[in-house]
Write a protein that binds this ligand. Structure first.
Ligand SMILES: CC(C)(COP(=O)(O)OP(=O)(O)OC[C@H]1O[C@@H](n2cnc3c(N)ncnc32)[C@H](O)[C@@H]1OP(=O)(O)O)[C@@H](O)C(=O)NCCC(=O)NCCS
Length: 337
């Protein structure tokens, strides 16, 4: 096992990591699309300014000189005061203590860097749940993932939704991200939603214009292409609602829904339905390979779940955020404990 710099890795190493990711997906999430070996290095190496991601791999080095075959990977993203962990072991090599060893290495580093807690996302109905519970992680938050299949969308119903917004609002579409002169108004809408939200912030929102700019540039560098649809309140010029979808170069057939926000004063005017419906039309023409869109919602967010159901999203699995105290985790993972 060794610390690993994705930027300096050989093409063979990156390819073997993608194979391991795909073997894990086939075992744990057979309905999820496999990864392609596109911008994987950048996906793992690039972070927001001020954040760092440290990677380690377990490898079989009995291959050609200077190359290796990666069969397990762990990374920790150090952001603010929390370390966000991701860990992966090839299905063929599970239940031999490798996952535990990888988490121990990352946790020790977080401890030495002065971090007090570690968070991780674990997907319901996969081995990650008993694994993190066995390590003493506690469940903090749950969301339901839903998936929409574009070929099953009722486009004429969607057309009505897209046009069903009250007068006084204008819808705008920005592939690549909002333009410079909208950043201020855009961040204000994000800020309001952040205040309302109780999420553990494993992926903090970008609610000031500079952070938003950094966040968009980081997305592009990681191969994650953002699409934005927003509703502008014509009288005041404020951003009344926004929805963000990202198409990852690593799995361009399934896009990820990021934030959808309707600012409190502008709720009840059909904005949520209209911006999401418009987004699906835009994605259909901009991304001909796209087949699905996935989204995550808190179970208490009933109005958004209702709109998603109308659009054709089908609930898929629960996703959990787990958290552990770093010092306790390091102690628990000491050899012989
Ligand atoms: C979670 C994961 C990292 C565990 O790796 P691992 O090497 O098998 O874990 P370990 O052998 O260190 O297991 C440690 C403990 O976790 C618990 N555990 C792990 N897998 C378990 C399972 N399938 N069922 C029940 N308990 C499990 C056990 O208590 C185990 O100890 P034991 O084997 O002595 O009983 C691995 O299953 C994995 O990579 N999952 C995929 C992660 C992921 O994100 N998938 C998304 C698709 S990419």
């Amino acid at each position: 096992m060794r610390e690993w710099d994705p930027q300096a890795a050989s093409a063979g190493e990156v390819q073997s990591l993608v194979e391991t990711v795909n073997a894990a997906l086939a075992a744990d999430l057979p309905d999820d699309p496999p990864w392609q070996d596109v911008q994987v290095r950048e996906y793992l190496a690039e972070t927001m300014p001020g954040e760092r991601r440290i990677n380690w791999v377990a490898e079989d080095d009995r291959v050609a000189e200077g190359d290796s075959h990666i069969f397990a990977h762990v990374s920790i993203l150090l952001l603010g005061d929390i370390g966000v962990l991701e860990v992966l072991v090839h299905p063929r090599l599970r239940r031999r203590g490798l996952g535990r060893e990888l988490v121990a290495v990352a946790a020790r580093r977080a401890y030495h860097e002065g971090f007090s807690s570690i968070g991780v996302e674990a997907i319901g109905d996969t081995p990650a749940i008993p694994f993190f519970e066995s390590l003493g992680f506690g469940r903090e938050y749950v969301e339901t993932r839903s998936v929409l299949t574009l070929s099953k969308v009722d486009w004429s119903a969607l057309d009505e939704m897209a046009g069903g917004i009250s007068s006084g609002y204008r819808i705008e579409y920005y592939p690549g991200g909002p333009p410079e002169d909208m950043l201020e108004a855009y961040s204000l809408a994000k800020l309001e939603a952040q205040v309302e939200d109780g999420d553990l912030d494993l992926a903090p929102r970008s609610s000031d214009p500079q952070r938003l700019k950094d966040s968009l540039s980081t997305l592009h560098k990681r191969g994650l292409k953002p699409y934005i649809v927003l509703a502008v309140h014509e009288e005041s010029g404020v951003v009344a609602g926004l929805t963000e979808v990202v198409v990852p170069a690593q799995h361009p057939d399934r896009a990820d829904q990021y934030d959808t926000i309707v600012v409190r004063d502008h709720r009840g005017y059909g904005i949520d339905r209209a911006i999401k419906a418009r987004m699906l039309f835009e994605l259909r023409s901009a991304e001909p390979h796209l087949r699905e869109v996935q989204t995550w919602n808190a179970q208490h967010n009933e109005s958004m779940l209702k709109v998603n159901a109308e659009l054709g999203f089908q609930p898929d699995r629960d996703w959990y955020e787990y958290c552990a105290d770093v010092a306790k985790l390091v102690q628990r993972l000491e050899p012989g404990h």
